[in-house]
Design a protein around this ligand. Structure first.
Ligand code: CP
Ligand code: NVA
Length: 310
């Protein structure tokens, strides 16, 4: 058993395959406990601060509920209403908040800000989404895949769309879980080159396949799972119209998914735009598991909190 107490959860790169498997196993255990109605309150008396510099429905609610269920409390801190929004230096904020809180979740723009905050904080810091990574979401996705397929190792996951935070986190997670990954992006919207380089090394090390392409059909052919995300992420709203043109050929629709295995799963981190990155027919269709996926945010985050902060 790996001791993860005191660790930050910023990026899958910081965790070994065995440590990630342990988090997944703990998620499953905590979910079963919760469904069986067994109270489990190892966070009694502890507080998680949650700094949001971007909007959120799932992350905010699931972290707050996670802390409640674990016997602790969560505190919502909007970037705008704290001194962060008036320019108080992050290193000061991190050191001050560490004197009150037992852990901090941050959702912000630059990934460097979370790294800087974690460097100065003396309590665990959890990445609740940056422009570069969204590891809590991908851990929930992997849990959902495991529940639906009974295993994850050797399966093929296809991501269609923007080479954004979701795609980048999948790049690092997939090889560590033994998952083959294919990513199809439009020209000019590829994943972060440094993350790709890391992923190529990891794929070679773990013996998994990694395909980066501009051809969505090649990426979905015989795949076990299709994943997509919005074309314009938070902070890119002004690019929406331009992106609609560049991404038009990357819509996940009935014609595209016909190339996947018949029992393929459809996932989306949500929020989704029906008629843009995915048709209503696909996202509301029989292969879609988006609400189980969203629920699993709660269970994996409880595992992350227990493992690092209990
Ligand atoms: N998937 C996700 O992180 O959703 P929110 O933006 O609603 O938190
Ligand atoms: N790529 C999206 C994910 C939202 C959960 C964004 O960053 O806005």
């Amino acid at each position: 058993v790996h001791d993860l107490q005191g660790r930050d959860f910023l990026d899958f790169a910081d965790f070994s395959a065995a440590e990630l498997q342990q988090l997944l196993d703990l998620s499953i255990e905590l979910k079963q406990k919760h469904k069986a109605g067994v109270p489990y309150r190892p966070l009694a008396g502890k507080t998680l601060g949650m700094i949001f510099e971007k909007a959120s429905t799932r992350t905010r609610v699931s972290f707050e509920v996670a802390m409640n269920q674990l016997g602790g409390q969560a505190m919502f801190l909007s970037g705008r209403d704290t001194q962060i929004g008036r320019g108080e230096p992050l290193p000061d904020t991190a050191r001050v908040l560490s004197r009150y809180l037992d852990g901090v979740m941050i959702r912000t723009f630059g990934h460097e800000s979370v790294i800087e905050f974690a460097h100065y904080a003396t309590v665990p810091v959890i990445n609740g989404l940056t422009d570069l990574h969204h590891p809590c979401q991908v851990l929930a996705d992997v849990l959902t895949l495991w529940e639906k397929k009974g295993k994850v190792q050797g399966l093929t996951v296809t991501y269609i769309g923007d080479g954004n935070n979701m795609a980048n986190s999948w790049l690092i997670a997939a090889p560590k879980f033994g998952i083959n990954l294919r990513i199809a992006t439009p020209q000019g919207y590829e994943c972060d080159p440094q993350v790709v380089e890391q992923a190529q090394k990891l794929a070679a090390e773990h013996g998994t396949e990694l395909l980066l392409t501009h051809d969505p059909v090649a990426a979905v052919t015989d795949t076990d799972m299709i994943y997509t995300d919005v074309w314009a992420s938070m902070g890119q709203e002004e690019e929406q119209k331009l992106r609609e043109q560049h991404f038009a050929a990357y819509q996940v629709n009935q014609e595209l998914v016909a190339h996947a295995k018949p029992d393929y799963l459809f996932m989306h981190c949500l929020p989704a735009h029906r008629g843009e990155e995915v048709t209503a027919e696909v996202i509301d269709g029989p292969n879609s598991v988006i609400f189980d996926e969203a629920e699993n945010r709660l269970h994996v985050q409880k595992a992350i909190i227990v493992a690092t902060m209990a």
